[in-house]
Design a binder for this molecule. Structure first.
Ligand SMILES: *Cc1c(COP(=O)(O)O)cnc(C)c1O
Length: 357
């Protein structure tokens, strides 16, 4: 049909696999639902505090203030999105449209940047990471920026799917970029890594930090993400976003989550200890190569295996995980889910005993 942009015709809508019979360790979500007492509080807000016939707060003023408190900054430096996914789109609209430039991504990394760019007709330049260390290829990135009219560089720390944080050298490289290029630093896993560039933002008007309530705060169902940036950048994001982008219940859920952050985040040290144990167990399996992670997931490869097939076998045995970027990404689950994963993987990889061969 001629009415549709031809470049959209060969694009597929985003789909996430549904794994009804497997542990859901494929999307880096927090393994437990919100506690009962929290849901009761939120239900009460829904019953008594929300006028369903009225539009929600278009300026997110009260939630913005709570986020500014949590992140230790002024609320004029915060913009909220329907998930970070919406903020990524707002950033692209605010910077690259009207033929103003392309974006730079370094796979394996979060796929949404390139997907959203392409849907807007913005070229996505890919400079792959080192396949063994996942370090950025900085000389090639610099060359691409000069050659391909790059307007936004998307960095993630810790990176998904690899779990690796930005190195000091990579951060220095980002600092060296001119202010005409926006630098996005996606800190979706901040509550796990505790590493942030937010204190530096004051000196970097072209930097944007992205965070989300979808992971450590267990609000993936509510779709709340936020950007922290200079007042000028925040204003551009506010101009480009949809007016009522955040449903009232989602705004309330995020605000309650911040009010009870100490309770909701209390188990993170335990989850990180589980991650380290899981990694130690994995590294004992001779065929497995597993990387250090500063997030709530692990990335690994298995020598001499077709990983797509290994993923399918694990799903059949009850462990759902992601095959992406040439490796397998596994969210840290509950202790029982982690244990099941190890049992399943060992069963698949174990050599057939001689007497049964
Ligand atoms: C999960 C994740 C997000 C979260 O996106 P939302 O739209 O807020 O759910 C953002 N960035 C990265 C790198 C992620 O892994």
């Amino acid at each position: 049909m001629d009415a549709i942009r031809p470049s959209l015709l060969n694009m597929q809508p985003y789909e996430a696999e549904i794994l009804p019979h497997a542990d859901k360790l494929d999307a880096n979500e927090y393994p437990e639902d919100l506690p009962e007492w929290f849901k009761k509080k939120l239900s009460l807000v829904w019953e008594k505090g929300i006028h369903s016939n009225r539009y929600p707060d278009a300026t997110h003023s009260s939630l913005k203030r709570a986020i500014a408190d949590y992140a230790g900054l002024d609320d004029s430096l915060v913009s909220l999105g329907n998930g970070s996914d919406e903020l990524i789109r707002s950033i692209l609209i605010a910077t690259c449209l009207e033929g103003r430039g392309s974006i730079l991504v370094s796979p394996p990394t979060f796929s949404m940047y390139a997907i959203e760019a392409r849907s807007l007709g913005i070229p996505a330049i890919s400079i792959p990471r080192n396949p063994d260390t996942f370090a950025l290829d900085l000389p090639a990135c610099t060359e691409a920026i000069e050659r391909d009219n790059v307007r936004v560089v998307f960095l993630v720390s810790p990176n998904s799917p690899t779990g690796t944080p930005l190195t000091a050298e990579e951060l220095d490289w980002a600092r060296s970029l001119p202010e005409s290029i926006a630098v996005v630093i996606d800190e979706a896993y901040f509550e796990f890594s505790q590493a942030t560039v937010v204190p530096e933002l004051e000196r970097r008007p072209n930097w944007i930090v992205l965070r989300t309530f979808s992971k450590a705060f267990r609000l993936a169902a509510h779709r709340v993400g936020y950007a922290i940036a200079s007042a000028d950048m925040v204003r551009a994001l506010e101009v480009t976003r949809l007016p009522y982008n955040l449903p009232a219940l989602s705004q309330w859920a995020a605000q309650l989550a911040l009010e009870f952050a100490d309770d909701l985040l209390a188990n993170i040290p335990t989850l990180l200890a589980d991650r380290d144990r899981l990694r130690a167990e994995l590294s004992l399996i001779p065929q497995v190569q597993v990387w250090p992670s500063s997030a709530n997931f692990l990335y690994f490869r298995v020598r001499d295996w077709d990983l797509a097939q290994l993923q399918q076998q694990l799903i059949q045995r009850g462990t759902g995980l992601r095959y992406t970027g040439g490796g397998l990404r596994l969210s840290v689950g509950t202790p029982a889910q982690n244990c099941r994963f190890l049992v399943n993987l060992r069963a698949i990889l174990a050599p057939v005993p001689q007497h049964m061969a």
